[in-house]
Structure formats: C-alpha cells, structure tokens
Design a protein around this ligand. Structure first.
Ligand code: GLU
Length: 488
C-alpha cells in the first residue's frame, strides 16, 4: 500500500500555524513512508473563500519547504462528485429532505435549552409522508439534505495517535445536514457541506491516512458513518494535539500571531519554523536532538511518537532554534535576508552597490541576532545612526588623557586613504606606546568614541566598517568634544 495523505485547508484566511503544523506532520509522514502528500483546497464555502488566501496558503507551504506531490485540487471543481454521492444516499434511503425553517430550528433549540438538554436536531422530518412534503413544497420551503445518524450506534476507531477512540452517535447532534437548500429552484439540492465533501474526496483521492487536528474528532465520527453509508473504505485516522499558548489555552489571534506570515515578518527563518513546528507535538527518537531539517526529521518521523497532550507554544525555544539557523548561515546568504529588514526600518541599504560592506556588517552582527528583525537594532550605529553616549561611555571619554589618545588616533588616520585591519591594529599599538598607557584603555576609549557604548561587536571590525563610510573621523571629532567638556 502506498501511503497517501493530504492537507485540506479552507481558503478563508491566511495559512494558519495550526494548519501549517498539520501540514508538517503529513509531509513528514508521507516522506518517511515513501508516500504522497496532496494539497486540497476546501473552497465550497464560496462566501468566505478567497483566491488570495489560496495563494497565501500555497506560498506559505512553499516557503516552509512543504512541497506537495499532487494538487492543488479545488472542491469547487468537484461539485458533481458530491452531488452524485448525495443522490446515492437519498436513493438508498440513508438521507432525506428536511424542510425545517430556521425559526423552527431555533425554537427547537430553545425548548431543549429550557429542558437543560444539549441542542440537537430531533430528526422530526425523517419520516414525512408524501402529503406533508408536498404541503411544505407548496409553502415554498426549500429543503436541506440530512444524513441519518442512528443514535444507538457506537463509533470506534483505532486512532494512530490517541489509541482506541469511542464516540456515541447520540452525541453527534442528530441527523446531519450534508447539503444546503438549493438557491436555484430547478436544482435538487444546494451546496454540499464539509463532512460529505471530505469523505467523497478522501475516498476518490485514495487517502490512506487522515492526519489532522484533534478539533476534528467529532467530524471523524460523522465521517466514518458516511464512509460506511457510501460503501467506501474507511482510512486510518490520526488526531494531532492542539497548539496551546503559555496559559494552556488554544493559541489564537489574541496571542498576537496566527498566520505563518506573522512569523515570517517577525524574522523567523522558514527552516527554523519548520524545525520548531515538527517538535510541536512530536518527540524524535533521540529526544535531545532539536536541530534538524525536514528531510532529516522525515527519516525518523512516525505517528506513534506524536503526543496526545496539547503542545505548548514555546517562544524561547523557537527563538533559540531560529538563532541556531541564523548563526550557522554564511554571511553572503544571510545578508540577502537582512536587507528587507533594514529597508523596512528606513535604512537606505543597497545590496547591489554595497555588497562587500553589507556582508562584513552581517558577519559582524550575525552572532548577536536571534531573529532577522533584530538586525536594524543591532546594526544601527554602524549604519550611521547618530550616537547617544551611554553614561559609562561618557565617563570613559572624560577620563584623564583620553582626549589626547583620541586626538592621536584621529591624526593617525588622516594619513590613510583606506584603512585595513593591520593599519587599525598598528594605530592602536602606536598610540598605546606613545601615551604610555595600557592597551585596554585605548580600546575602551576608542569604543566609547566610535560606538557611544562600552559593549558591542568586535571593535576593529566595527571601526573598519565605519571608516569605509567616513564615519570614524566624524565620531572621533564628536567624542573629542564630549571629552573636552569635562576638561574645560
Ligand atoms: N478544511 C478543513 C479545515 O481547514 C479540513 C479538515 C480536514 O483535514 O479534514 O479544517
């Protein structure tokens, strides 16, 4: 048997983190099993579906490296298949027309509520006589199609994540609607609904394993009844745990992020996101292993190591994983990813004309980045933002003798048209000797002068970057003024 799995998003919003994680698990399972991963767009809800969301879903999956083998298939292109299935259920007497109005259904629910019962459809139109039906039609009522659910049934399956799951049919809310009422009076029935369309598609596409979020468990129970009614083979099911926020609630819009685009914008790398999502609910055989590509994870992935308990979203861990990917990326590649973040922050950087300088900058700040979006903050002083001296930098600049040291450095650089690393080191050496001080004092003073603070990335490298933009002279002059303020 060739494993065939699918991801079946509804294009009613951008690619959601929950859907993306489900896609990761499906992809890993398919790749591990040498199977196929299929993309199906569930767009039967024409009011809420939008082509731009389909595009966003496709580009998000591609960004994450989750390539699909077949599709995208669109449910709106497959309506005839669903109609055929609905007709088949009607013909077999397993589905029927229900003429209830929304007011009647509402009244029914109110009455149930008053009796402290769970709301459900009470199957009242299951056995209408021909006369009753004709009377409703004469009133101009348009029926929905309901699928019969026998309350006594117990539905069971062996879930590949959760083990044996048992569901009482009486908890499914009564006979379920599988098609809306027709808008066109000529049509037999209207838009087919989710559970029916999924079963028809999963059967038609030969899906062997349905791997999806645990919020679909009740749907699975309903769908098993539909597979049986349509005489189709029931696939295997695996329900993955929900993603929870730090408080243990389902991760939602309130947590500030929902779509993969949000994470992209925040400066997470696709490799880090995919890596982190694979760990959201799955434990690799060697649980100390945390950094791996999707292909490496696929070698080890199996559904029996997917946890039942909800997966807590751990920002610190995601940040750590992201930083590992950033730190291991060569500067010539990383720089290309940083440019948009600099530009967005308002810096006029141009990779084409300034690549060597930007690459050196990237190599210098790379190790201090956790997210790509940290780049503007980490590099603002090297990108020419004006200095604000920290208190200890001012203190340093105002120490005795520092004015002379900085003046000597300033004079020394005048004779170089292009400062090299060796030149910079030579200047520090000479000035140290001449002033008869410790090298540390010269270095700290220079750092305070060039960067306005006493901590930061490699000083000589920073100096060279500033020097190539003519900024070292400007800053030395400016710092001399600071240093003089105390001496005057
Ligand atoms: N369209 C459904 C969703 O987005 C698919 C669920 C399923 O995988 O069957 O939740």
């Amino acid at each position: 048997m060739t494993v065939r799995v699918r991801i079946a998003p509804s294009p009613t919003g951008n690619l959601h983190i929950g859907t993306a994680r489900t896609a990761v698990f499906n992809w890993l399972f398919a790749r591990h099993q040498g199977g196929k991963f299929i993309l199906r767009i569930e767009d039967t809800d024409t009011e809420r579906s939008r082509p731009e969301y389909t595009e966003n879903i496709k580009s998000g999956l591609t960004w994450l490296g989750l390539n699909w083998d077949e599709g995208p298939f669109f449910q709106t292109n497959r309506l005839d298949l669903y109609k055929k299935a609905i007709q088949q259920l009607l013909d077999k007497g397993l589905a029927y027309r229900c003429y209830c109005t929304s007011e009647e259904l509402e009244q029914m629910r109110e009455a149930q509520k008053a009796r402290k019962q769970a709301p459900r459809y009470d199957n009242r139109h299951r056995n209408l006589t021909e006369e009753e039906k004709a009377a409703f039609v004469a009133e101009g009522r348009r029926p929905v199609i309901r699928f019969k659910i026998e309350d006594e049934r117990l539905i069971e399956w062996n879930d590949l994540v959760r083990g044996k799951v048992t569901w009482k049919a009486s908890d499914l809310g009564g006979d379920m609607v599988i098609a809306r009422a027709a808008e066109n009076p000529e049509a037999e029935f209207g838009q087919p609904l989710y559970n029916l369309a999924v079963v028809v598609d999963d059967t038609d596409m030969g899906i062997t394993h349905v791997v999806r979020g645990e919020d679909h468990i009740a749907n699975t129970a309903k769908q098993i009844l539909l597979y049986e009614a349509l005489g189709a083979k029931v696939p295997e099911f695996a329900h993955t745990p929900l993603i929870l926020n730090e408080k243990g609630q389902k991760l939602s819009k309130r947590d500030g992020v929902t779509s993969i685009d949000d994470f992209k914008e925040m400066g997470f790398l696709p490799e880090a996101m995919a890596n982190y999502m694979s760990l959201l609910g799955w434990t690799p055989p060697d649980s100390t292993e945390e950094i791996f590509t999707l292909s490496q994870a696929a070698e080890k992935f199996d559904l029996d190591r997917v946890n039942k308990a909800g997966a807590k979203f751990d920002w610190a861990k995601l940040d750590w994983i992201n930083s590992q990917y950033i730190h291991n990326m060569p500067a010539d590649k990383l720089v290309e990813l940083l440019v948009p973040y600099w530009q967005k922050a308002g810096y006029k950087v141009d990779l084409e004309s300034d690549r060597p300088w930007l690459e050196t900058l990237t190599a210098l700040i790379g190790p201090s980045l956790t997210r790509l979006s940290d780049a503007p903050k980490e590099s603002r002083l090297l990108l020419g933002e004006s200095l604000e001296y920290s208190e200890d930098a001012i203190e340093q600049l105002q120490k005795e003798g520092v004015g002379e040291i900085l003046t000597s450095i300033k004079e020394a650089i005048e004779s170089y048209s292009q400062l090299t690393q060796d030149d910079a080191k030579d200047i520090v050496k000479k000035v140290t000797k001449q002033a008869k001080v410790k090298k540390g004092l010269v270095m700290r003073s220079l750092r305070a002068a060039l960067m306005g603070e006493l901590q930061g990335p490699d000083l000589i490298q920073s100096w060279l970057l500033l020097s190539q933009k003519g900024l070292d002279k400007v800053r030395l002059q400016q710092s001399l003024e600071q240093s003089m303020t105390s001496e005057s």
